[in-house]
Design a protein around this ligand. Sequence first.
Ligand SMILES: *Cc1c(COP(=O)(O)O)cnc(C)c1O
Length: 351
Amino acid sequence: MSDTKPHIPSTARVKLDSGALVANWRALDRMSGAAKAGAAVKANAYGLGARDVVRRLVTAGCTDFFVANWQEAQEIEDLTTGKAGVSVLNGVRAADLAFALQSPAKPVLNSLEQVQRWKSTGKPCDVMINSGMNRLGINVEDLEANLFAGMGIDMVMSHLASADEDGPQNEEQLSQFRAALQIVPGKRTSLANSAGIALGSDYHFDVTRPGLSLYGGVQRPALDDIVSQVAFPQAEILQVRSLLPGDRLGYNAQYIADEPHKIGILAMGYADGYLRGFSNSGMFMHDGMLLPVLGRVSMDLIAIDLAAAPYLAEGDWVECEYDLEVASSQSGLSQYELITGLGNRLAREWT
Ligand SMILES: *Cc1c(COP(=O)(O)O)cnc(C)c1O
């Protein structure tokens, strides 16, 4: 390389556990029973890096990927072509046609307009049914078999709105979806997201579409034992200082020391996705010692209590408590927001 500039070492990173990612997919595939698990890799694989995730899951045997738009399909095209199908969940607008027609990815047709737009192309597609979430999808009462005459529909799918809850909506959506399957001629069927997989075999159909749980999210107790954490944010201690009783810390003095103790200032902040909801409630760790976040999270900095590990010094690294269930209750953010929000400034390091 002719690059002579010195390397710039990162001050904060996310360690990503390949083994945990692949084990989560395999466990979700197993829990999907007779169905095969695909993988939702939209939003850059929930922020972890679509190409890194897709490469590993293709090797593990995953053959169906779900992205939101055509840019995301293009980003993984060389990794998936000839090995796995890619479904574009946001569908195909008139403006997408030029790209879509030469792409190996399939649009998920979400409306009657999109069905008409795609019909004459003779190319494969998926179809989304609105079974009651009222986001994207064709209403069951608008379906007629001849709508799809001559079309090569791969997956007929729908999406559960409340699979993480035990209310009546899951069964209502299941029965709406079954009614749609009487009319729409597809090769395969698909309903369940991560939480939906845990609702049992009635919800599995041919293909499941886990996203969150691939990346360590747990929204139903049945997933607790089979899903493990994938993303581990870590930050370097930039400075250590001692507080005396009465010393005020950070913006608006949201922490005031009540006894003398050491604190560490970390190279991470809300610009990295560690949002202000963690102020005075987040947790860092080192060798099993707990190091609570003190005061308000800044844009680029966080203060932690070093009382439990006063030997830590400038240049040492600490790990963020980022088990998604725990971090969600600390911050009030959803597990989805926590994982997709990890900022670009954090180096992604796969192990
Ligand atoms: C995002 C998404 C998924 C994955 O959902 P998780 O709850 O993350 O498992 C599945 N299907 C559709 C249509 C989606 O938009």
